[in-house]
Design a protein around this ligand. Structure first.
Ligand SMILES: [Zn+2]
Length: 68
C-alpha cells in the first residue's frame, strides 16, 4: 500500500524512496528536518510550569513576609 506522503513542514509532496531511506525522511529535505527539530526544541522551552492553588498559596506566603 503506497500512500502519497507530504512534508510535515512545507506540505510539499515527498516521493517515497525507491531504495533506502534518506535520513531526513519523512521530510522533503534536510532543511525541513532541521525546521522541525527547531520547532520541537522551541516548544519544549515554551512549556511553562502550571500554577496550582498550592503553589499560588506558597508564593503568597513568601511575599507576605514582614506584614503585620
Ligand atoms: Zn519540506
Amino acid at each position: 500500500m503506497i500512500r502519497p506522503a507530504s512534508c510535515p513542514i512545507c506540505r510539499k509532496p515527498v516521493a517515497a524512496p525507491a531504495e533506502g531511506v534518506p535520513h531526513w525522511f519523512p521530510f522533503c529535505s534536510e532543511r525541513c528536518r532541521q525546521v522541525d527539530l527547531l520547532r520541537w526544541s522551541q516548544g519544549k522551552y515554551a512549556i511553562v510550569e502550571p500554577l496550582t492553588p498550592e503553589r499560588l498559596a506558597e508564593e503568597a506566603e513568601k511575599t507576605d513576609d514582614g506584614e503585620e
